[in-house]
Write a protein that binds this ligand. Structure first.
Ligand code: SF4
Length: 273
């Protein structure tokens, strides 16, 4: 994605739903802070974050940004049925942002769209998270049947080979994102699976990003452990599986620069405390 990426969590909490949830990072992080992830709760202070303004009357989330929604939950989880109408109101009020709604509960989307959805809103892109062929076959028919202006597929965590061709042929999917698993007990990602997904995207003119290898990446039949997140991103980039193609060395330098900038900002903050 080339837009500035922001996160909006109108609610927090989820329930494990399929194989891809096994090492869910929301559960991992909540465990650290003694929070029960299975308790789904509306976010009190951040529910209306996209429409919040600063002292100058400007939106805190700048126009043109990409907003990833529900990174610690699922936008279509049952408990949120009573709050979702308010969330749609927030999305409707910001046509200048692109809201990315990623879900594993694809079969719940169509019954939970707003009344004025029509043939889709320009500022919403739907995605289903498909960790293997079984989940791809279950969820993609729902995604493709939806009235929607934008669609993409998340192969994260990518834990089993998938055949994407049947789901890309009609030109409805704009982008595929692939990535390996992290956190405790990571399952391996195979180079060949990524290559196959990349080649399907190339065949049908769909954008493709291999975001990171995950902790365990298998190349030439050998498992490699890559613990450092920055290295995971750079190693993924160096496979060349990006569509449209990018300048790999320039992008790799950007990743290193970004990491250095974040570290410097963190040190500065620590110093000023
Ligand atoms: S659906 Fe997403 S947030 Fe919910 S348990 Fe699964 S991986 Fe975690």
């Amino acid at each position: 994605m080339d837009r500035h990426d922001l996160v909006w969590n109108p609610w927090h909490g989820c329930h494990k739903y399929s194989e891809g949830c096994q090492n869910c990072y929301a559960f991992f992080l909540d465990k650290r802070y003694g929070r029960n992830t299975d308790e789904v709760a509306r976010n009190k202070s951040g529910f209306d974050a996209p429409v919040k303004k600063d002292r100058n009357g400007e939106f805190k989330m700048p126009g043109g940004s990409n907003v990833r929604v529900c990174m610690s939950s699922d936008f279509f989880i049952e408990e949120a049925d009573e709050w979702r109408k308010d969330a749609w109101d927030v999305i409707r009020a910001r046509p200048d942002l692109m809201f990315s709604l990623l879900t594993k509960r694809a079969e719940r989307i169509s019954a939970n769209l707003p009344d004025d959805w029509g043939d889709g809103w320009d500022n919403v892109t739907f995605a289903v998270s498909c960790e293997n062929q079984k989940r791809l076959d279950e969820r993609m028919p729902h995604l493709l049947a939806l009235p929607a202006k934008h669609r993409w597929i998340s192969l994260k965590p990518f834990i089993g080979e998938v055949k994407l061709d049947p789901y890309l042929a009609d030109g409805k999917v704009e982008w595929v994102l692939a990535g390996g698993e992290n956190y405790l007990g990571s399952r391996p990602l195979h180079y060949e699976w990524v290559k196959s997904a990349y080649e399907s995207c190339k065949k049908y003119g769909v954008n493709f990003t291999f975001g990171q290898t995950g902790n365990v990446f298998v190349t030439d039949g050998k498992e490699r452990r890559i613990n450092d997140r920055t290295e995971q991103c750079v190693q993924a980039l160096r496979t060349g599986f990006t569509l449209p193609a990018v300048d790999i060395e320039k992008e790799a330098q950007n990743i290193y620069d970004e990491k250095a900038a974040k570290k410097a900002a963190f040190e500065e903050k620590k110093k000023n405390k």
